[in-house]
Design a protein around this ligand. Structure first.
Ligand SMILES: NC(=O)c1ccc[n+]([C@@H]2O[C@H](COP(=O)([O-])OP(=O)(O)OC[C@H]3O[C@@H](n4cnc5c(N)ncnc54)[C@H](OP(=O)(O)O)[C@@H]3O)[C@@H](O)[C@H]2O)c1
Length: 318
């Protein structure tokens, strides 16, 4: 049962990529970590890779499945009695690629340039022959995983986090969710007007995006094309990923207001070589998790409600 001096963490989507590495690094710093993954077989594979660490325990968790979330709550409650750190890491890109996958890297790099230019970058032309394909199924999964999944796990585990003397939540988000990359002025206004922001308003943005997407795509698997998506100025590529990470950042701020005793932040790990990026990007998994791990171990009194880029997180002095 719970040891008052021990810290307990749960990391979602942790069978590979940044989630796996966050578990490994937290465990090597003495935290008892629940490595959670949606697929039992992948849980076993992860267990095999970390067998030398006796402070990692394993549990199935599909963040889109409320019964699975309830089961992980019961597991942590009965095994540790509380939770100190929750890392909402599970995520999908919500887009597939037809042809040369380096097209994804080109778009991400162009978005990073645009972000640095405050959203004012020059129009850019893709060189790779591949095409990004956003299907209704992929977008629906992205909505359920990247936004509602993180919300569902957070809300279920709040009672266990409230029993910690120094609780913290890290939402693994993305620069691509920054509002400068949102062409839709209504979305920018709703998500940036902190004084009037509510969970219902964030959900409204998500549902509006989904409705417009459904209008255009029912029966189609083609790429972004003329219709509601264009008329309403949703992002022309990686739309679901950008909208849902923007929603996650807004939810992070709201949750921090609602639970002032919990340190809750969203952080971008940086562009890293994992499956979600088809292993493109300048950062290794080990480098990418530096920022999320730092945010997970922030001492009491650190920032809360923020979205931080990797470099901002790494330059925090606490
Ligand atoms: N890599 C980057 O450049 C980058 C940049 C910014 C943000 N991020 C964010 O970092 C997080 C981790 O991504 P990654 O780079 O490590 O990619 P990854 O290697 O593809 O890992 C994604 C993880 O999420 C899991 N997952 C997906 N849907 C899930 C669900 N319904 N329930 C539970 N787990 C689920 C995957 O499990 P399966 O193996 O079962 O699919 C996998 O373990 C994501 O939130 C991503 O948006 C990554």
């Amino acid at each position: 049962m719970a040891d008052a001096t021990q810290r307990y963490a749960l990391v979602t989507g942790a069978n590979k990529g940044t989630g796996f590495e966050i578990c490994r690094q937290l465990a090597s710093k003495g935290v008892v970590v629940v490595l959670a993954a949606r697929d039992e077989k992948r849980v076993i594979e992860a267990r095999e890779k970390l067998k030398e660490l006796d402070n990692v325990v394993f549990h199935q968790l599909d963040v889109v499945d409320p019964a699975s979330v309830a089961a992980v709550f019961e597991f942590i409650k009965s095994k540790f009695g509380r939770l100190d750190i929750l890392v909402n890491n599970a995520g999908i890109r919500g887009v597939e690629v037809d042809g040369d996958v380096s097209v994804l890297q080109e778009y991400i790099e162009a978005d990073n340039v645009s972000f640095l230019a405050g959203g004012q970058a020059e129009p850019f032309h893709v060189k790779a022959s591949g095409k990004l394909i956003e299907t209704l199924k992929g977008v629906d999964e992205c909505v359920e995983t990247n936004y509602y999944g993180a919300k569902r796990v957070t809300e279920a585990l709040i009672p266990l986090l409230q029993l910690s003397h120094s609780p913290r939540i890290v939402n693994v988000s993305s620069t691509l969710g920054c509002l400068v990359l949102q062409p839709n002025e209504w979305v920018k206004r709703v998500l940036s007007s902190k004084g009037r922001l509510t969970e219902e308003r964030v959900d409204e943005v998500v549902q509006q995006f989904l409705n417009n997407f459904c209008c255009d795509k029912i029966g189609h698997t083609s790429n972004f094309k003329e219709g509601k998506l264009e008329e309403k100025q949703w992002p022309p590529h990686l739309a679901a990923y950008k909208v849902l990470k923007a929603a996650l950042n807004a939810y992070t701020w709201l949750a921090a207001q609602k639970y002032p005793n919990i340190c809750i932040n969203a952080v971008c790990p940086g562009f890293a070589r994992t499956d979600i990026t088809f292993n493109a990007g300048p950062l290794s998994e080990v480098e990418a998790v530096e920022a999320p791990v730092k945010m997970a171990l922030l001492p009491y009194g650190g920032p809360s409600g923020s979205f931080l880029h990797r470099s901002d997180a790494l330059s925090l002095t606490f």
